[in-house]
Write a protein that binds this ligand. Structure first.
Ligand code: QAP
Ligand code: CO
Length: 173
């Protein structure tokens, strides 16, 4: 299980680098990302969230998990939709975000094969949310300053309440 970085970690604001080597290390990393996403009951995870500034995302697609390397949105529908989004790196808060309702994504598999995938609904939204992470952007960055500052305070409080430190303050005999 990989550790998940949370807001306001500066790593989350950085731009990730394209993947150039398609070997066992990448395959192992994608496997670990997938396990981490499933264990934390997430529906999407991007490499920078676990501290690696590389362009890799995993997204839950119903039964199985889709891993996309060097994903790029090559077409967007003008129409937008909005879902209540959350993020493992911004725990405890949710907000509606407007995004393209349909996209076409170009990407590579973990073996370097080219893919072109149409995506809509929650699946499409999730891919857009994860690609944002590769560009150092969080879902709260799409909101007004007032909403963003409110949610920033809320996730910090949430993280404090849920930090393991709170439970380790047991007196020793
Ligand atoms: C991105 O996010 C997403 O606050 C994936 O306490 C989510 O899996 C895109 C999670 C919704 C579109 C819609 C969040 C888990 C999981 C939390 C996630 C939390 C525990 C977030
Ligand atoms: Co996220």
């Amino acid at each position: 299980m990989l550790d998940i970085l949370t807001y306001p970690d500066p790593q989350l604001t950085k731009r990730s680098e394209p993947v150039t080597e398609f070997g066992q290390d990448l395959a192992d990393f994608i496997h670990e990302m997938t396990e981490t996403m499933l264990k934390t009951r997430g529906i999407g995870l991007a490499a920078p969230q676990v501290g690696r500034l590389e362009r890799v995302i995993v997204v839950s697609g119903g039964e199985d998990v889709l891993a996309l390397v060097n994903p790029e949105i090559i077409w967007r529908e003008d129409k937008t939709c909005s879902y209540s989004e959350g993020c493992l790196s911004v725990p405890g808060v949710y907000a509606e975000v407007d995004r393209s309702s349909k996209i076409i994504v170009k990407a590579q598999t973990f073996e370097g094969e080219e893919l072109k995938i149409p995506a809509e609904g929650l699946f499409g939204v999730c891919i857009q949310h994860e690609i944002d992470h590769l560009d150092g952007k969080l879902f709260i960055d799409h909101l007004s300053r007032m909403k963003r500052e409110m949610l920033a305070r809320k996730t910090k409080k949430y993280q404090k309440r849920h930090s393991p430190r709170r439970y380790s303050q047991v007196p020793t005999t």
